[in-house]
Design a protein around this ligand. Structure first.
Ligand SMILES: *[C@@H]1O[C@H](CO)[C@@H](O)[C@H](O)[C@H]1NC(C)=O
Ligand SMILES: *[C@@H]1O[C@H](CO)[C@@H](O)[C@H](O)[C@H]1NC(C)=O
Ligand SMILES: *[C@@H]1O[C@H](CO)[C@@H](O)[C@H](O)[C@H]1NC(C)=O
Ligand SMILES: *[C@@H]1O[C@H](CO)[C@@H](O)[C@H](O)[C@H]1NC(C)=O
Ligand SMILES: *[C@@H]1O[C@H](CO)[C@@H](O)[C@H](O)[C@H]1NC(C)=O
Ligand SMILES: *[C@@H]1O[C@H](CO)[C@@H](O)[C@H](O)[C@H]1NC(C)=O
Ligand SMILES: *[C@@H]1O[C@H](CO)[C@@H](O)[C@H](O)[C@H]1NC(C)=O
Length: 440
């Protein structure tokens, strides 16, 4: 019942990365990377492929740095913080221009790019602009450079990966069978002042569920799903397999067929220009009120006149991670009546307690108590305190909400996949109000 539609496949991705079911420990799966470069003196598989930890060695700012060759159940994929960044994914030269790296990996979505001649050079990371994208497994993107890493998924094998203390099965992000898949598209739209992908043109990614047609009178519920600081609208699809997760939420009947729009909050004006794919200073993020006004003026009207989506607030949701979680909170406070559901993932206010809901805000706007709010944050996530503080403010003010702590969670994509999956399973389009917490 849990995973209706995963077929048993032995080779999952393109020529240069193969995921093979081995039927042996340590994980039951082996991943082989292959790359050709005759002149290179070292090649590292880098990016989102990071060392592992277990919960006994995970902290807010560190982890065990385990090599998955020594995998044991209960290990999870952690954010890696400091130098050296070369551990442990060094490819081996075959002496003829071919480079190979083979490793067991446990269940999860991984993203990567190759770093050439960077061994031992701690400034030569994925942001240095020296990465090479896997030509056989290109990223999902709209314009070259928008995304710099390719993605693959390793299935769960209960024989080798089951741990009684923590569920680390990410198979909900595997593709469903072809007959039930929705489609994913990049869309350009007119947004005066935008500087990317062209002057006065901005873009978003749209997921249309299986069977979608805009030629019928049916109007689909719509969820806006935001990226975070430094990211863009392609992130959710390229790095987190968002369409696979939503396909499965629909197939398993956790949610009705839903359209998902993944917008970009950078580039909406020249002062927020994001230069992708190289070591540039990170763009200045527009403040959440600026993004809200821009989206309400250009994005939402375009989406609602172009696609068969509902215009009923009870069938509109906004969700986002990190700075996108801050943006979701903004929508909750300042676009309260426009949406029915809010998913605040790993980021709440970044303004601390003075920005949390309080009695006078609720007195002025009672609707703040009538929404479908879902908060979620990783146990090892730097947004933990802010989310938990916001939850306490909700509780103190009798605002119903559902909260989740992701037990393996850093401020990272595997946390946000879990946030999306559980937002869909527990909160999205569910009857309101949610049961309020009793105040003890
Ligand atoms: C191959 O390696 C050389 C360094 O020897 C590097 O300059 C070049 O960009 C690499 N090319 C590709 C396609 O990986
Ligand atoms: C290099 O040698 C390996 C191992 O024999 C082989 O698998 C690979 O195809 C060779 N690469 C090229 C480019 O000939
Ligand atoms: C280390 O990498 C940086 C960034 O790519 C580069 O500028 C620098 O020359 C490299 N240093 C060495 C010793 O190769
Ligand atoms: C959006 O516009 C950019 C810049 O003109 C173009 O490169 C890209 O292909 C367009 N994307 C779509 C989906 O039309
Ligand atoms: C209908 O859907 C397609 C994408 O599937 C889109 O290009 C088109 O603009 C939509 N809207 C209308 C009114 O045709
Ligand atoms: C909501 O709007 C007010 C007034 O523009 C602004 O001060 C505040 O920062 C906005 N966001 C939140 C979360 O209160
Ligand atoms: C409640 O929040 C509003 C808006 O942020 C703020 O102006 C007001 O001072 C707060 N009231 C209390 C009692 O903290």
């Amino acid at each position: 019942m849990f995973l209706k539609s995963i077929s048993l496949f032995s080779v999952l991705v393109g020529a240069s990365v193969t995921v093979r079911k081995t039927g042996q420990g340590p994980t039951g799966y082996e991943v082989t990377f292959r790359y050709e470069n005759v002149t290179a003196s070292s090649i590292t598989v880098a990016g989102g492929l990071q060392p592992f930890t277990d919960s006994y060695h995970a902290t807010l700012s560190g982890s065990a740095l385990y090599d998955p060759h020594n995998y044991q159940p209960g290990w999870f994929f952690a954010n890696y913080f400091g130098p050296p960044k070369d551990l442990p994914y060094q490819m081996t030269s075959m002496g003829n221009g071919s480079w190979v790296y083979t490793t067991p990996l446990p269940s999860g979505t991984y993203y990567y790019a190759y770093l050439i001649n960077c061994l031992g050079n701690t400034t030569c990371d994925i942001d240095s602009g020296k990465y090479v994208i896997d030509p056989d497994e290109p990223p999902f993107l709209n314009v070259q450079g928008d995304q710099t890493q390719s993605t693959f998924q390793v299935p769960f094998d209960p024989e080798f990966q089951y741990d009684p203390d923590i569920n680390l099965n990410f198979d909900y992000a595997l593709p469903v069978d072809e007959a039930h898949r929705g489609t994913v598209h990049n869309v350009n739209y007119t947004s005066p002042g935008s500087v990317h992908p062209a002057q006065d043109v901005h873009d978003f990614v749209i997921y249309l569920p299986h069977g979608y047609s805009n030629a019928t009178s049916k109007k689909y519920p719509i969820m806006y799903l935001s990226h975070g600081g430094g990211g863009d609208g392609q992130d959710w699809q390229n790095l987190a397999q968002a369409s696979h997760i939503v396909d499965r939420l629909i197939l398993e009947e956790h949610i009705e067929p839903t359209v998902v729009v993944m917008p970009s909050f950078y580039n909406i004006a020249p002062e927020y220009k994001q230069v992708y794919g190289s070591k540039h200073a990170p763009a200045v993020a527009p403040s959440a009120p600026v993004v809200r006004e821009n989206y309400m003026q250009y994005l939402m009207p375009f989406v609602e006149t172009t696609f068969a989506v509902s215009t009923s607030p009870s069938e509109r949701a906004f969700a986002g991670l990190s700075l996108g979680g801050r943006l979701t909170y903004e929508m909750y406070i300042n676009a309260t009546d426009y949406f029915g559901y809010f998913g605040i993932f790993s980021g709440a206010t970044f303004g601390g307690p003075t920005s949390y809901v309080n009695a006078s805000m609720i007195a002025a706007k009672p609707a703040l108590r009538e929404k479908g709010i879902f908060t979620s944050v990783g146990l090892y996530d730097f947004a933990f305190d802010d989310i938990r503080g916001l939850e306490a403010a909700f509780q103190a003010n009798a605002v119903p909400f559902l909260g989740r702590v992701v037990p393996f969670g850093y401020h990272a994509w595997n946390t946000w996949q879990d946030c999306l999956w559980f937002f869909g399973r527990k909160a999205l389009w569910k009857s309101l109000p949610f049961e309020a917490n009793a105040v003890s």
